[in-house]
Design a protein around this ligand. Structure first.
Ligand code: 13P
Length: 290
């Protein structure tokens, strides 16, 4: 994931990190990325792993599909908190792990992140951490400035830990916002964070952010945008529409529709955040557009 995000940081574009919990989502996402000549990050978190997306089952599927396309595909552990899950993922071959110590006291977050960085880096795996706290949209955490990332503290954190990418809290939150609400992002803070840190920055809670916010966030320094809720909704809405039209539609057809819906969603998304046509296949090499 580091090489993907370093290029995005250098050339100022965003890469989609889609939470994916089954083969339809993974295939829809990776095929969309290939058609768009775009990198993509597939990720899932410990809760999703427990309920449905078991990492031992997901890993070979993602690896197989990733190897078939010409664009780079990274696999990220999202919101890792438990040391044993994080080390399992590193040993299994995830290309990045996120350690989310954002609810811990600052020193503890910093020290644990540093330990995980040393371990992951020694195995060729990169690390994302979180400072400040991206909370829940349903609780209106997005507008709680006490949770936002402090640029000076972030500078200290990044220097000490050697983290590869940092998730910053600038006004988004996880999940659906109350109906009709679009979050207000603190772009001045984002600009300052980027100027000071210079490393790839991550926007959690990408769902419901709105096209204008997404474009501006990328322009001000966001390089990875995490999307779960909107991706799940794309799959679900496709299936609901098909069921409305024909309640006797069979399950296989519904799965195909879910995959196609996710694929369309990802294709539109990567165009908005600027990662389309960054990677084109030629017979000699895979080249990166300047
Ligand atoms: P959303 O569900 O709001 O898109 O958040 C996803 C996320 O940030 C995963 O880490």
């Amino acid at each position: 994931m580091k090489s993907i995000l370093d290029d995005a940081n250098k050339h100022q574009y965003g890469v989609m990190a889609m939470n994916s919990i089954n083969i339809e989502m993974v295939r829809g996402g990776i095929l969309a990325a290939a058609e768009e000549n775009s990198p993509i990050i597939i990720q899932f978190g410990p809760g999703q792993m427990k309920k449905h997306a078991h990492k031992e089952e997901m890993f070979p599927v993602i690896k197989e599909l990733a190897e078939r396309v010409h664009v780079p595909v990274a696999l990220n552990l999202d919101h890792g908190m438990d040391f044993s899950v994080i080390t399992d993922c590193i040993n299994m071959g995830f290309t990045n792990v996120m350690f989310d110590g954002s609810s811990l006291p600052y020193d503890e977050n910093m020290k644990k992140t540093e330990i995980i960085c040393s371990l992951a880096h020694s195995k060729g795996c990169s690390v994302e951490a979180e400072l400040g706290h991206v909370g829940q949209a349903a609780q209106e955490d997005d507008s709680d400035e006490n949770l936002y990332t402090d640029p000076k503290i972030a500078q200290d954190f990044v220097k000490y830990t050697g983290v590869d990418a940092l998730a910053v809290a600038i006004g988004t939150a996880h999940g659906n916002y109350p109906k009709g609400k679009t979050p207000k992002l603190d772009f001045d803070r984002l600009k300052e964070l980027k100027e000071i840190l210079q490393i790839p920055l991550v926007l959690h809670g990408g769902s419901g952010s709105g096209e204008e916010n997404l474009r501006k966030a990328v322009a001000y320094g966001i390089n990875k945008i995490n999307v779960a809720t909107d991706a799940f909704s794309a799959a679900k809405n496709g299936m609901v529409k098909a069921l409305d039209q024909d309640p006797s539609i069979d399950y296989l057809e519904l799965c195909v529709i879910a995959e196609e819906s996710v694929k369309k969603f990802v294709k539109d998304y990567v165009q908005i955040i600027g990662s389309s046509n960054r990677y084109v296949f030629n017979t000699e090499n895979i080249t990166i557009h300047e």
